[in-house]
Design a binder for this molecule. Structure first.
Ligand code: NAD
Length: 420
């Protein structure tokens, strides 16, 4: 597996390659090559045993020329500045690609949330939100869930932010975060949005290639928010989940794994190991298991040369951000494996986050069918535009996605210029 530090380097490599390919305006290239703001906060939190522990939190605001900064908050022991910078840049590209009036950001805290109690997680989240202060806001920078965070985390963030506002404006600032629970101003359909978006893209790809999903097999790395909902979506179309890998190991069942029971099991036990008495296998066995579609939905840098050589799949649909390294991608391309890039495949999350933000602003809430049909409209249209761009520029879908995003950002800068 590749070293994590490389992630920012290879996002930058792709950035340079596509900027060269389309002769991106040098001014725009200079602006996009670095984030606008890099915020690092060290904040103490009281633990259940009374001791104080210091945490390091990041918020990287990459670009806001098309709208407020937008991007997830990650809780993971390997969070670091370079990783968050790379993820923030991908958010700018993702929002511009799918045509949202939002910019790109990302944040996180370096710690393993599984090692802390629910009360400690609440205090860590509230202290982090308070440390960020006015660096976030419903019209400025709007966090959302990512790895290790969820609707509860977002509600703690919202509540902390609201309570720092004056009494009369508290209810106007619910939109400071998205991915909240429905009871607290969230939208229907946000929890499943990223996984559902992956499935909508896979459906389009299957139409284009003639793969019958009802007859197909798939595997998933990561059975958290993105992985589990993608599994449920594909299973509902008749596809069979035959292998899953997470931080606790791999399970394989060629006849198909019951996705609903596995979701329940993971919610109770925190991982897939031990489910259904399947033996716990290795990571290598997961990647060499033959399927039609492989969905990485855990961390970046998971598919490097070794994994790419082992993979026997027709499509890699990137639910996770940055799961495939450039070296891994090269091998997959040479083997004829299609890669549906992260900025497109997992954009369902930010699309429905945008819908939540719009509903918060209007104080008017949508029925789930509307969320679903609007998500389908936006993501399908982005998918088809990427396919067309890749034909016109004779390039893969990742390059085509970057091209679409850069063209959009370049047009905005051409009209707005730089103030003052
Ligand atoms: P999550 O915390 O809900 O789930 C993460 C999963 O990854 C878990 O199943 C965990 O076991 C697994 N995992 C962690 N470390 C692993 C390892 N070393 N090997 C194998 N599996 C491991 O996170 P999530 O929200 O589902 O996010 C997953 C990915 O999707 C991330 O890359 C995230 O940036 C991306 N993403 C998430 C959203 C969203 O809306 N949540 C939106 C866009 C992209």
């Amino acid at each position: 597996m590749a070293d994590k530090v490389v992630f920012l380097e290879y996002v930058m490599k792709k950035f340079e390659e596509v900027a060269d390919k389309i002769n991106l305006d040098p001014k725009v290239r200079t602006i996009l090559s670095q984030p606008k703001n890099e915020i690092i906060v060290n904040f103490p939190v009281q633990m259940d045993n009374g001791e104080y522990k210091l945490f390091k939190g990041y918020r990287i605001q990459h670009n806001n020329v098309q709208g407020p900064y937008k991007g997830g908050i990650r809780y993971h022991e390997e969070v670091k500045l370079d990783e968050v910078k790379a993820l923030a840049m991908l958010m700018t590209i993702k929002c511009a690609l799918v045509g949202l009036p939002l910019g790109g950001a990302k944040g996180g805290i370096k710690f393993n949330p599984r090692e802390f109690s629910q009360d400690e997680l609440m205090r860590i989240t509230r202290r982090f939100t308070h440390s960020l202060g006015d660096s976030i806001g419903p019209n400025y920078d709007i966090p959302a869930p990512d790895m290790g965070t969820n609707a509860q985390t977002m509600v703690w963030m919202m509540d902390t932010y609201m309570n720092t506002r004056d009494q009369g404006s508290r209810h106007n600032v619910r939109g400071v975060v998205t991915g909240k629970s429905v009871e607290c101003g969230g939208t229907l359909g946000r929890n499943s949005a990223t996984g559902t978006g992956v499935v909508m893209c896979v459906e389009e790809w299957a139409k284009g290639t003639g793969l019958n999903l009802a007859d197909s097999t798939f595997s998933i790395q990561g059975f958290g928010n993105v992985g589990s909902w993608a599994a449920i979506g594909l299973a509902s179309l008749g596809a069979h989940l035959t292998a899953v890998n997470d931080h606790t190991g791999t399970i394989i069942c060629p006849e198909g794994i019951n996705v609903y029971s596995l979701k329940e099991y993971v919610a109770k036990n925190g991982g897939i190991a031990g489910f259904g008495d399947y033996p716990v296998l290795s990571r290598e066995e997961f990647f060499s298991h033959e399927v039609d579609i492989l969905i990485p939905a855990a961390l970046e840098n998971q598919i490097d040369t070794e994994e790419a050589e082992a993979i026997k799949a027709k499509l890699i649909a990137e639910g996770a951000n940055g799961p495939t390294t450039p070296a891994g991608e090269e091998i997959l391309k040479n083997k004829g494996v299609s890669i549906m890039p992260d900025v497109l495949a997992n954009s369902g999350g930010v699309i429905v986050s945008y819908f939540e933000w719009v509903q918060n602003k209007a104080s008017n809430y949508w029925v789930e069918e509307k969320v679903h049909s609007e998500l389908k409209r936006v993501i399908t249209s982005a998918y088809l535009e990427v396919v067309n761009t890749s034909k016109n520029h004779n390039c893969d879908m990742r390059s085509a996605s970057f091209i679409k995003a850069f063209e959009s950002l370049q047009n905005t800068y051409a009209l707005r210029g730089i103030f003052p």
